[in-house]
Design a protein around this ligand. Structure first.
Ligand SMILES: O=C(O)CCC(=O)C(=O)O
Length: 195
């Protein structure tokens, strides 16, 4: 798909970006909390990624393609959940999953669309800036000119919803400094939540 729009001005519907969503103090606290959590190397289809993760709340297994209820979300992430849900006008308990990710220098997240049961995705970037990319999910629309590159600043919030959630996929290019992210996900309507 050739875009008629310069990358800087065109964002697909449902993608939102909030620079400086959290303060420098909140960032320090969140990084401190993530450092206390045991993170595990992410394994996808038998391959080890360089990034390490910890998931709380509902967890999607790419191996079994099943949603299971995992560990309770630590209290220390509740203020962030409250802040995001307030910003996006939904209830804090609609956040079904909290995923913590550590990206060592050189690590990436490859092109993907998030797991099927999840609906809205909200990502908070910590510690370093990175490049977030979007491209159409439909292979027929993919091409060099269809990739949107969005600078993701540390302390920012991005939101993937609507058409960006259904019809676009995303990736992060190799990070040049240690980066952490907190990814919050709601469940699609109709999927039962039993808190
Ligand atoms: O680190 C990020 O902000 C992206 C996370 C992501 O795309 C994922 O975990 O599926």
């Amino acid at each position: 798909m050739d875009s008629l729009f310069p990358v800087e001005t065109f964002m697909p519907p449902g993608f939102h970006y909030f620079a400086d969503f959290i303060t420098a103090e909140e960032e320090i606290e969140l990084v401190g909390e993530i450092e206390k959590v045991p993170l595990k190397t992410f394994i996808f289809q038998g391959y080890e990624a360089k990034r390490r993760v910890a998931s709380f709340g509902y967890d999607w297994s790419f191996t079994n393609r099943k949603l299971t209820k995992g560990k309770a979300v630590p209290e220390s992430f509740k203020p962030l959940i409250d802040k995001v849900s307030h910003q996006l006008s939904f209830k804090a308990d609609e956040i079904a999953e909290v995923l913590l990710t550590e990206y060592p220098v050189g690590s990436v997240i490859n092109w993907h669309r998030d797991a099927p049961p999840f609906d809205l995705i909200a990502g908070i970037s910590l510690q370093s800036d990175s490049i977030f990319r979007l491209r159409p999910y439909d292979k027929a629309k993919q091409g060099r000119n269809s990739i949107l590159s969005i600078p993701l600043r540390r302390r920012s919030l991005y939101v993937i919803s609507g058409e960006t959630r259904t019809s676009w996929e995303h990736s992060i290019t190799p990070v040049t400094a240690l980066r952490y992210s907190v990814t919050l996900r709601t469940l699609k309507p109709g999927l039962m939540m039993t808190h």
